[in-house]
Design a protein around this ligand. Structure first.
Ligand code: EPZ
Length: 417
């Protein structure tokens, strides 16, 4: 159990470097399976989800070495195409090994993935995409048994731009003969990052980042080097922290363009935003102003991952903010916890109404999931008095040294393992 101790009410000042992106690193670690040679990844964040992906790679027979933020993977020694349930259950992205293993070995055996509890989170679109490429998939006693004599390029139409299904389709398409076209693809920056890695590894991909992606071939290279881009949700988290607490903070390694939907609302809340080449300065003072309505949507819309974070920033807002969650059915689990601090949030169906209060007070909260847990930290930092956030490891799945980053900016926060 992680125990976060927070004494609220301090302004944040200084600068902070944005970690490598979790949601870019995880698919790229699965993609390393496709490169039977040396793969060097830089700026890999130190997260428990990344550790889980490295454990899967080791289990598959790959050689893995980690030095600080540099990870070396040699998958020429891959000897296994089954991932046990205990490893699958550690995170959602474990399902991406399905597409990668089918492309590399034409066979995979694994179970349903774990991950944050945000709603039903089925994998039907992943399986549909892989079947379109010629994978035979049987579900038996909770296991997915997948094989194919040969993946064949095809046209895949995603009825919803699922991030994971697009990534699995991209990975599998690299092992397919002929051209694959993914229509209705997710446009998140993490898709472009995965495509960037695959191109560096020898794939020919056009259109990643748009809703139509073409994969025209793959000739694996012996050596690949790739730098994981900055984490846009970690950047959004720090930006929301500045609005929650007030302050003057510069985030380096952030791409403002990737979080413009979040910055739009922070600016409307009264925060000055000064973008600078790969950096971003945020200045906020006093109580924020209510904004809205905020409606989550696939990229480039307002990210569902930032919904709890913006909510935390607006708890002391002047006025009423409405937030509608459209991506996950159950992504307001942090709300009752935030209300414990004196916030006034009412949830009706998929809409939350935040009635700003003048002051929040400290209390003991239970982290419900990764971003919900981070939102609780931000709210506690903006509350008067002491708070404790009890967390079964959700926050460290996605944030590297969040306590140290916030402490450097002047917050009073300590993490006890
Ligand atoms: C990715 O999850 C991210 N995770 C999530 O980040 C993020 O919240 C989500 O995309 C949306 O942006 C990673 O990249 C590792 P989806 P993913 O497939 O791929 C439904 C975080 O906090 N759906 O786009 O699982 C699904 O139920 C995390 O860092 C199907 O119905 O998201 C959901 O309602 C949490 N069938 C919606 O689509 C499918 O086969 C979006 O899911 C797949 C998805």
């Amino acid at each position: 159990m992680d125990i976060w101790h927070i004494r609220g009410g301090r302004r944040l000042e200084g600068s902070c470097r944005i970690q490598g992106s979790k949601n870019a690193a995880l698919p790229i670690l699965a993609a390393a399976v496709l490169c039977p040679g040396r793969c060097e990844l830089l700026h890999v964040p130190k997260l428990s989800d990344v550790d889980a992906a490295l454990r899967i790679l080791c289990h598959l027979g790959c050689r893995v070495q980690r030095e600080e933020d540099r990870v070396l993977i040699d998958s020429s020694t891959l000897s296994n195409c089954a991932v046990p349930h205990s490893l699958m259950a550690e995170m959602r992205s474990s399902i991406l090994f399905l597409g990668a293993l089918l492309a590399r070995s034409r066979e995979a055996r694994l179970s349903a993935p774990g991950g944050c509890r945000l709603g039903k989170r089925p994998i039907d679109l992943h399986l549909m995409a892989l079947r379109r490429l010629g994978a035979e998939i049987r579900e038996e006693d909770g296991e997915l048994l997948c094989r194919t004599p040969r993946l064949q390029g095809s046209e895949i139409l995603l009825p919803f731009p699922s991030v994971g299904a697009t990534e699995n389709a991209l990975l599998a398409a690299c092992g397919a003969k002929g051209e694959t076209v993914i229509r209705g693809a997710a446009r998140e920056p993490e898709i472009a990052a995965l495509a960037g890695f695959l191109e560096a590894a020898g794939a020919q991909i056009h259109g990643a980042g748009s809703d139509t992606i073409r994969i025209c071939g793959f000739t694996p290279r012996k050596c690949v080097q790739y730098r994981i881009p900055g984490d846009r949700i970690a950047a959004a988290t720090m930006a929301c922290a500045v609005v929650a607490c007030g302050g003057d903070v510069t985030l380096s390694g952030a791409e403002p363009g990737q979080i413009s939907a979040v910055l739009h609302f922070l600016n409307a809340a009264g925060c000055d935003i000064i973008p600078d080449n790969h950096a971003l300065r945020l200045c906020a003072a006093g109580r924020p102003t209510a904004v809205g309505p905020v409606v989550t949507a696939p990229y480039p819309g307002f990210p569902t991952d930032a919904q709890p974070l913006l909510m935390a920033a607006l708890l002391r807002g002047r006025g009423r903010t409405l937030m509608r969650e459209t991506i996950f059915e159950d992504r307001f689990r942090h709300v009752p916890e935030l209300n414990r601090l004196g916030a006034r949030i009412r949830v009706q169906g998929q809409t939350a109404e935040i009635l700003g209060v003048e002051k929040l007070h400290g209390d003991t909260l239970h982290a419900t999931d990764l971003r919900g847990g981070a939102a609780m930290l931000l709210a506690a930092l903006s509350a008067e008095g002491e708070s404790v956030v009890l967390d079964e490891g959700h926050i460290r799945r996605g944030y590297e040294d969040l306590d140290l980053c916030l402490e450097d900016l002047g917050a009073s926060i300590t993490l006890e393992h």
